[in-house]
Design a protein around this ligand. Structure first.
Ligand code: ZN
Length: 249
């Protein structure tokens, strides 16, 4: 069975410009817990405390404990066939980039190239005060050594975007540029509800891209998509790749 109608398939050429825009759904397929379903011990804490500058200033040890715990969880899961599917697309299409709202590093671990991380990376660490990236191992002994410091004296904090913070400007600008000139735009496992990133599929559509949504659930964008595939991306992307590889061969 073919997934792509003819008028969509013709948009795929070796030199077409492609964007893979991904959200929590693609990670959930790997077993990464979504931010809101915190298990056991952590369920009593408010996400606004665990993921905001104010919360961090109030209780930096608590926030670091939560992030070290999440890093450990994420290290124990693997990229899934959707992540590896993107690597395969990138092996035959000349211009295919990834813009992700996920912080779990799974795109990089699957060998994806040109990954733009709109919300940062959970394994990155930066200075709370000056913002400088700090080169630190993903795990450290909080109890013995306390929170590491930047040379400016500021505390180390996780390199992710927290509630109330802006997305990294250069990354966002670049992703919007690439989206406007895209021929094919995939919106994968994202609820398209959190702005400004949620604007991207609309931006692609308004600038002439064919937009394919892959998500088991319908989203506010679904009615605007050229094609909606309501199944897990780990099933769909490898199938699409096979179909296109055959068509382009
Ligand atoms: Zn600093």
């Amino acid at each position: 069975m073919h997934l792509l109608p003819e008028q969509v398939k013709t948009r795929f050429t070796k030199d077409c410009r492609m964007v893979f825009f991904t959200g929590a759904g693609i990670s959930a397929e790997s077993g990464v817990p979504t931010f809101r379903d915190k298990d056991g011990y952590w369920s009593k804490y408010d996400p606004m405390i665990l993921a905001s500058v104010d919360g961090f200033r109030q209780d930096p040890e608590l926030v670091w404990e939560w992030y070290l715990y999440r890093r450990e969880k994420i290290i124990s899961v693997e990229p899934n066939p959707a992540h590896f599917g993107i690597t395969r697309f990138q092996s035959i299409f000349n211009e295919a980039i990834v813009a992700t709202q996920n912080v779990d590093d799974l795109h990089n671990r699957a060998g994806n190239r040109e990954v733009y991380e709109l919300h940062g990376n959970i394994f990155a660490t930066k200075c709370l005060e000056c913002g400088m990236a700090l080169d630190m191992p993903p795990n450290f002994d909080l109890k013995t050594h306390g929170i590491p410091q930047c040379e400016c004296g500021g505390m180390a904090r996780p390199g992710v975007v927290w509630f109330g913070e802006s997305l990294p400007r250069e990354t966002l600008t670049r992703v919007f540029e690439l989206t406007r000139r895209a021929d094919v735009f995939f919106s994968i496992g994202t609820s398209t509800e959190v702005y400004p990133a949620a604007q991207l599929p609309f931006e692609a559509k308004n600038h002439g891209a064919v937009v394919i949504e892959i998500n088991p659930n319908r989203t506010p964008f679904s009615v605007h998509a050229d094609l909606v595939l309501q199944q897990p991306s780990g099933e769909i992307l490898p199938q699409l790749f096979e179909e296109l590889q055959f068509a382009l061969a």
